[in-house]
Design a protein around this ligand. Sequence first.
Ligand SMILES: C[S@@+](CC[C@H](N)C(=O)[O-])C[C@H]1O[C@@H](n2cnc3c(N)ncnc32)[C@H](O)[C@@H]1O
Length: 335
Amino acid sequence: MKNKDRKIIGDLITGCRKAKVLFAAVSLGVFQLTRGAGAASRSIAGKLGSDPRATEVLLNALVPMGFLRKSSGVYKNTPISDKFLLPEKSGFLGHNLLYQNILWDAWARLEQVVKRGRTDFPLRKLLSGHKGFLDGYIRGMSDIAKRPAAQIAELFPLDGAKDMLDVGGGPGTYTEALLNKAEGLRGTILDLPETLKLTKKIFKDHPLSDRVRFQAGDYHKADLGTGAYDMVLFSNVTHDEGPAENLSLLRKAFRALRPGGQVIIHDFMLNREMTGPEFSALFSVHMLVYTNRGRVYSVDEYRSWLKRAGFIRLRSRGICAGADNPSMALAGRRP
Ligand SMILES: C[S@@+](CC[C@H](N)C(=O)[O-])C[C@H]1O[C@@H](n2cnc3c(N)ncnc32)[C@H](O)[C@@H]1O
């Protein structure tokens, strides 16, 4: 094997270790203790109640990774950790990292999932039974959704629309962006009762709170109404479900829309070969490890379901094109 090829594999082994070192540091709360003037390893271990030898090994690894600086035995945050790893900062990504950390156990069982086609860590079980998962999952989503939500609000103006339904709306970031763009638009966020408890907290005392209502329920069973909405949004929802469930959800959305109303699907999508972009192909494996039917779908698969559900005038737009995690939005109209 050429050195260059060997390095590709070596980098993956190191990358895997680096990811877990960062997840563990965020989960333990290291960066809150190394802000400002910083602290020595013993003092950090004392505050964390952790083992001094192990803590020092972890802290030392965070230095070459670029998350800490070490001088005369004192560890201090670098600008990147100050910007993204402190909870009070607007760029905080810690919730998402905690969610990734919780799913580490699910990823560790990838071979079994591939053999059996089923996971021991299904999303519903994690949402209701795993302490900390809901917060990391939902708040983490909100941290990363602001940019795509703003783009969708820009690309699919809802002028004149009165009512929208955000199916599996989670933290409500997309409802928020669309309502901010279209005066007079009201939003309904439909989600599981456990998720909505958090969504309601996010919208408490929010400037849009009087324009948002909540519908607690399972979107497979919930009544979405008939001719009740001008827009129905599925953002990052369809990748949790299988093809039959997605077709059935789109049929429900069709009934829920007023004539002329539109459905928008926003998600990571794959090319015809199902092999790219790389982020989408890997996200599909991510869905494999914690859902029993989900994966990432191709634009063609979505188009065919939309047509079968009765939608016309289909159009697709790239979202966050050029970013590491590009997604797509696909819209169709009810005639
Ligand atoms: C990946 S999140 C997407 C959240 C939001 N739409 C976004 O793009 O940021 C999926 C959401 O679907 C919700 N969900 C999952 N299964 C559901 C079900 N059966 N019925 C209703 N909501 C569900 C989850 O609680 C979560 O909020």
